[in-house]
Each structure stands twice: as structure tokens, then as C-alpha cells.
Design a protein around this ligand. Sequence first.
Ligand SMILES: [Mg+2]
Length: 208
Amino acid sequence: MSVLRIGLDFDNTIASYDELFLRLATREGLLAPDFAGDKRAVRDAVRVGAGDGAWQLLQGRAYGREIAGAKLYDGVIPFLETACAAEHELFVVSHKTQFGHGDDVDLRHAALDWMETVGLFDAGRTGLSRDRVFFGATRDEKLARIGALGLGIFVDDLPEVLLEPTFPSATERWLFDPGGRHVDTSRLRPFQSWAALRDALAGTRVHG
Ligand SMILES: [Mg+2]
């Protein structure tokens, strides 16, 4: 079996912000204290009630100085261990500007520090290290990086990223969709958990 090169998105694929956004939005009075919902529900309600500017500020905070409140999705580490044990090569490719709105925190450093804290860079186990994490300032830069790395598989929570016309045609499009929200996935392989992603990876036959 030959080696696969596997790329992973970061925000909302490895890191879950559902609880963090809810907590920040209610704490800052942007939503009622009893509001309930995931990141998408919080986003929609904040935009309607307080405007897109308020949502942008909240994002800058969540991805920056408050990132410690993000959660590692269940099953990420076992997936990495399985991939690493099979000697596949792992990368993180993220669309992330260096700075957010209204804050001077370096969002890329914050993300890297968070990855370190949750144990992603235990390289002997996870196959990941800082030099395998790539940030692009735009979606186009991210897609160009996926192509340049020659990835066989890319995992992302956004169908619109995987379905971009410039997405590399040789890369398999694996959709991480924990809510089972996306209906039309005919050109994607959808997965509702990292356990399912791991099973698929373990069952993937590599030719070449
Ligand atoms: Mg994402």
C-alpha cells in the first residue's frame, strides 16, 4: 500500500466553536440568555439582531483571544493515529487571515497554539507538526495549496469549498457534516463523524 497525502480543514472541521459562539454571544448581550443553537444558528440570530459587523467582531474574538474555548471534535485524534500508523502524510490547510476585525490578536498563532494545547502536534502519534499547517489568506490560496501539496483526500465542513471549480480534480472531496445538514452531496463523500472518516480511511485501498 502506498502513502496517501491527506489534508484537513481546521475551523469547524477539527475545532468546534458551537459552544463558544453561544457563550460569547449571550455573554455580550447579543442574544437572549436562554438562546440555544449551534454556530450557524448563533450567526443567523446575531446578524439579524445586531448586524454583520457584530458577527465579524464575535468571530475575531472566538478565533483569537477566546480560542481556548473551542473544542476538539470527538474522534480527531483516533483518526490521526490511524492515518499515522498507516504512514499516510497529514496536513492542515486553513483559510484564515492573520488578523480579525477589531482585534490585534494573530489568529494564525492562536490556532497553532490551540492545536499544540489539544495534542495535535504529538507528532509520533498524530503525524502532525507546525510545519504541516498551512494558512491561506483567501479561499483561492487555500485551494492552490491543496493542489500544490498533491493531496489525495481533503476533508472540509463546507461543500462550497469542495465544489469550487478550481478545487483540484485529483483530490477526493470528503465532507465533514456532523449535523447531516447537506442534502445534495452527489459529488462529495459525506461523513457525520470523525469515527466514520476513520472507518472510511481504514477501508481505503490505495493503488500506485
Ligand atoms: Mg471550515
